[in-house]
Design a protein around this ligand. Structure first.
Ligand code: PGA
Length: 313
């Protein structure tokens, strides 16, 4: 028996014949000639290794094997139908999933964007991973997620990057720092101040380093900390200044513990990017989320504190 040679086309023809038990009517239903239909049935019967039907007088009957094959064919079509419904659901917006990996600083706004997106599409299951840049890049290389959010497009990887929101970086000082009373501060003056830096590999740190390098300013890094919150607390404790994304201040607006300094060249204007590997087949959910952040991301900048010089935060 060479059942594996049976084709879906033959199976479809056979189930139609089994339903009508009439060659001419089955052929009409399938828009084919009775001769062509009969060839396909013959080939299927050869693949099965036994006759599938018999003609007794004017009536056509299925043989016992024919009945078994008919039942099996209907099972196959039922399963395929179920699969296509499952796939439609998976690709649709009524259910399906979105797997996001975001860089540390993005946690200050991404959950809010996601929350609003989920309200529009309550059936979608979201998984969110917050990690440092090195881990995010590793995940991106291994194609583990649908989408990545980061502030710096990886230079050596083949990716598509969609900018969707501003990421201004500001110089943060303790609220009682003397520089808070000054305007248009020359970046060179910051060389005398102790700085609290984010960890190597942080996008924030990279951008700040590039800026000061360009200005020919060498910062005195007093401490390196792996989290925005730790940096903020250290600044609030009066141990130094720091460059941080303005997004990290969103929840501290009323605390009065910090001030944003009016340093020439600041805020550094950066962007948040939604990134995915080139060639990735985006699901309908991912496409919808990209569209959503392209419109909503631009408007959410109003939610972060203003870059008003010397504003106390
Ligand atoms: P990070 O993220 O400083 O938390 O690494 C921001 C960025 O990639 O710019």
């Amino acid at each position: 028996m060479a059942l594996r040679h049976a084709t879906l086309h033959q199976m479809k023809i056979f189930t139609t014949l089994a339903r009508h038990l009439n060659m001419t009517r089955a052929a009409e239903t399938l828009h084919m000639t009775p001769a062509a239909l009969s060839i396909q049935i013959k080939q299927l019967s050869e693949a099965v290794g036994a006759p599938l039907h018999e003609q007794i007088g004017k009536r056509l009957f299925l043989t016992a094997t024919g009945r078994l094959v008919d039942a099996a064919c209907r099972d196959v079509f039922e399963r395929l139908e179920k699969l296509s419904i499952e796939m439609a659901g998976d690709q649709g917006l009524d259910r399906g999933s979105l797997k996001l990996s975001i860089i540390t600083t993005a946690k200050y706004f991404a959950p809010r964007l996601l929350g609003a997106f989920c309200k529009q599409h309550p059936g979608i299951e979201i998984s969110l991973d917050v990690d440092n840049r090195n881990h995010i890049l590793e995940r991106l290389k291994q194609n583990l997620d649908d989408l990545y959010i980061m502030g710096q497009v990886p230079e050596n990887l083949n990716v598509i990057a969609q900018p969707f929101m501003e990421n201004p970086l500001v110089v943060l000082a303790p609220a009682d720092h003397p520089l808070t009373r000054e305007r248009d501060i020359d970046p060179a003056r910051l060389a005398d101040e102790p700085f609290i830096a984010r960890e190597p590999g942080s996008g924030t740190r990279l951008a700040a380093e590039r800026f000061f390098e360009k200005q020919g300013v060498r910062l005195k890094v007093r401490m390196t900390l792996g989290s925005n919150e730790a940096v903020k607390q250290t600044v609030a404790g009066g141990l130094g200044l720091a460059v941080l994304s303005q997004h990290t201040l969103a929840l501290d607006a009323a605390s009065g513990a910090f001030a944003v300094l009016d340093v020439r060249g600041f805020p550094l204007l950066r962007q948040w990017y939604a990134v995915y590997p080139m060639g990735k087949q985006l699901s309908a959910v991912t496409e919808a989320f990209l569209e959503y952040i392209a419109t909503e991301g631009a408007s959410s900048k109003e939610d972060i504190p203003t870059s008003e010089p010397k504003s106390k935060l």
